[in-house]
Design a protein. Structure first.
Length: 412
């Protein structure tokens, strides 16, 4: 009980700072959508999707792996982080080489947008990685202060860049500068709190890759799940369709960012209680209730105030968005529940099985979603997203029941 109370106390301490970060991020996206208009905003989001996919190997799902390891033994922090840093640097070099080759084939204006966004996403990945330094000894106050500073920089730099130019590449440039500044500050503060992290020997990298394949696989699949909508909507409806759809999805994504934040703080405690079945169940139900309660609250806001949000936040060019808000609210609630059940699967050591269920979700979404998008537009796509989430949640629950009953889990 003391462990979960401590985790919730730490969560409440940084919660306000993350609310500020969330509010600032959403404000930036709303401002960008309103100022750029559906077409330019859609263009920015389209290349951001490709940049996000390109930098998946740099992140490799290492955050979840490191948190689980230090939850078992915090004294392993320096060694685990050192091997992870070496791995990230090697993968970053590969990603940048491939990105340069791809950008050589693009028009000059798209090269600028994609190049800035790749840099921004790579920096963001390293910033999140070094942010783990605050978690080793529960330095929540230091983490909160760091989050506030980087959030303020992001708000000011992005706002100035968008107001200055009003085009997609201006937003991309501001994004890159903001993320670079935030990452530099995060590394500085993390080292001051947890000590320096030095790259480990290259011979340790293969072992880490073997240990984290399930985390990396899930990250890649989840990232593709999060970006495939942009790619398909752009293919069927063009940049203006992407801009309209993503204006609503940014509200969903902004709210859903709170769920992984809570999961990261609860995971070490859940992992530590894994050996005690009774205590693990109690902690699991409390954690799931906390995540799901916040999801239902956020969904209720979209349902009751969706029409007003669409008109007040985005303006007349986004009138068609209001009709989509109830479906966005449904997707939001299901995604919170997915995060909560996924947290329990990871803590129970079922990450390998979870990856295959996420892969199944992706297959179902693309296979059914593309024809639905072509025939029913954005409504058809949203219904398919909700159905795929409901399917994977059912499978998550079944896997957890098998584990709780002491049965042999699904094999990989």
């Amino acid at each position: 009980m003391n462990g979960i109370r401590s985790a919730w106390a730490g969560l409440s301490l940084v919660f306000l700072s993350y609310l500020l970060r969330l509010a600032a991020g959403m404000a930036v996206m709303v401002f960008a959508a309103r100022q750029l208009g559906p077409t330019e905003f859609g263009r920015f989001i389209y290349w951001l999707a490709w940049a996000t996919l390109a930098t998946v190997p740099v992140n490799l799902g290492l955050g979840t792996y490191v948190l689980r390891e230090i939850g078992l033994d915090k004294h392993r922090y320096a060694g685990v982080m050192g091997v992870a840093l070496t791995t990230k640097l090697l993968l970053l070099a590969v990603v940048l080489l491939v990105a340069c080759g791809v950008m050589a084939q693009l028009p000059a204006v798209d090269v600028g947008i994609l190049g800035c966004l790749v840099v921004a996403q790579a920096c963001d990945g390293f910033g999140e990685f070094f942010n783990l330094g605050f978690r080793r000894d529960a330095q929540y106050q230091a983490e909160a202060r760091c989050a506030v500073v980087t959030t303020c920089w992001h708000l000011v730099v992005m706002g100035a860049a968008i107001a200055w130019g009003g085009l997609a590449w201006h937003a991309a440039l501001g994004f890159a500068v903001s993320r670079a500044l935030g990452t530099a500050f995060t590394i500085w503060r993390s080292v001051a709190v947890a000590g320096p992290v030095w790259p480990a020997a290259l011979r340790q990298v293969p072992g880490l890759l073997r240990a984290t394949w399930a985390y990396a696989g899930e990250l890649g699949l989840n990232t593709l799940l999060g970006q495939v909508d942009t790619l398909l909507v752009n293919h069927v409806l063009g940049p203006a369709g992407v801009g309209l759809y993503q204006a609503g999805m940014k509200l969903v994504d902004g709210a859903c960012r709170l769920a992984p934040v809570m999961a990261q703080y609860l995971l070490p405690t859940l992992a530590a209680h894994r050996s005690d079945a009774r205590q693990f169940r109690q902690t699991a139900w409390r954690s799931l209730g906390l995540v799901m309660g916040l999801g239902l609250l956020a969904s209720a806001v979209l349902v009751t105030a969706g029409d007003m949000l669409a008109h007040r936040l985005y303006g007349e060019r986004y009138q068609a968005l209001a009709a989509l808000m109830p479906l966005f609210a449904l997707v939001l609630a299901l995604r919170f529940l997915e995060t909560g059940l996924g947290l329990l699967l990871v803590a129970a050591g079922l990450q390998g099985q979870k990856v295959w269920l996420v892969a199944l979700q992706l297959v179902v979404l693309v296979g059914a979603g593309y024809p639905a998008l072509r025939s029913a537009g954005l409504v058809g796509w949203q219904v398919t997203v909700a159905a795929s989430l409901a399917l994977v949640l059912t499978l998550y629950a079944g896997l957890l029941r098998r584990d709780a009953a002491g049965q042999r889990p699904l094999t990989t």
